[in-house]
Design a protein around this ligand. Structure first.
Ligand code: ADP
Ligand code: ZN
Length: 289
């Protein structure tokens, strides 16, 4: 089946055409400006490409409640131009095809559990550690939405006493996960680009401590079989062994389970070369039919 994929991000919109095997035939990016300017560009891309469905994984917050009048909308986003934008409805009406719609992180998670290393695992969590921290959750084979959608990027943390920025930078919570461990937080704390601090052990030791708290809470709360960490910050691959080690320390022997304790296969990087999001959109589109 020919499927359209739209990974809608706050900085750029990635459009692609592919199929349900995860094969991408073509792909193009457009900057995210305003709905008035950007949506027609995206529509032009998809028009005439003979797609039978479209999958959209979108930055949020978004409305995923099918009984709501604003299902398919971007709602209260800090990107004010996009507030209250009916993004799923726009494409459904203009293209007249079924549209699958979910959060950007659920899209990446769906890509990984459909085509990547988490294939076949119905209990999986995906975190993106980038400009913010986002979480996608699958439980019993279903993407979790609930009353809204998981916002685990804002889980509260225990602050380490040697942290030079104990107050954090989340405008809502200060020292939540996003406020302590997202890219901008690292950069504010140490006054340098994260990418320039690869060799500074203090930076990654503290970062791993906060990410490990998230791994512990996620494990205890959701009992996943795998936790995938993606996003720009996780390009610092030295973080993985550190996060695993600190997760083990913080769990302190409490969990006696082989899946969890096989940390090298439990806490893992994304496996689809940054195509997990767009591939997840193909699956979202396929599932919409
Ligand atoms: P976004 O979250 O906007 O979709 P990214 O996932 O690339 O995009 O996240 C961007 C953030 O990640 C930046 O704030 C930057 O601090 C950080 N970042 C990007 N690349 C790297 C890298 N190679 N090493 C460490 N941090 C990075
Ligand atoms: Zn927060």
């Amino acid at each position: 089946m020919r499927i359209g994929a739209l990974e809608a991000g706050g900085t750029k919109m990635v459009c692609a055409i592919g199929d349900e095997t995860g094969t991408i035939y073509e792909q193009e990016s457009f900057p995210t400006v305003t709905p008035e300017e950007t949506l027609p560009q995206l529509l032009d891309y998809f028009k005439g490409k003979e797609i039978e469905a479209l999958g959209i994984a979108c930055f949020g917050p978004i409305d995923l409640d099918r009984d709501s009048d604003t299902y398919g909308y971007i709602t209260t986003t800090p990107k004010t131009a996009w507030m209250n934008t009916d993004i799923a409805g726009y494409f459904a009406n203009c293209l007249n095809v079924p549209v699958g719609f979910d959060t950007d992180v659920n899209g990446s998670l769906l890509g990984e559990v459909t085509y990547g290393q988490a294939k076949g695992l119905g209990d999986a969590v995906y975190y993106t550690i980038g400009t913010g921290v986002g979480a996608g959750v699958m439980s019993g084979g279903k993407l979790v939405h609930g009353a809204m959608h998981p916002e685990a990027g804002h889980m509260l943390l225990r602050v380490r006493e040697d942290d030079p920025m104990p107050e954090g930078i989340c405008p809502f919570h200060g020292a939540c996960l996003e406020g302590m461990a997202a890219g901008p937080s690292i950069e504010k704390r140490w006054g340098k680009k994260a990418i320039e601090m690869k060799d500074d052990a203090r930076v990654w030791d503290l970062e791993a401590y906060y990410l490990a708290q998230c791994m512990v809470t996620t494990t205890l709360m959701l009992s996943p079989k795998i936790i995938i960490l993606g996003g720009g910050v996780m390009h610092q691959t030295q973080l993985f062994p550190l996060v695993r080690e600190k997760t083990r320390e913080l769990l302190n022997g409490y969990i006696k389970n082989d899946t969890v304790n096989d940390m090298d296969h439990y806490i893992v990087p994304a496996s689809l070369h940054d195509d997990q999001g767009i591939m997840g959109c193909l699956k979202l589109g396929f599932d919409a039919v």
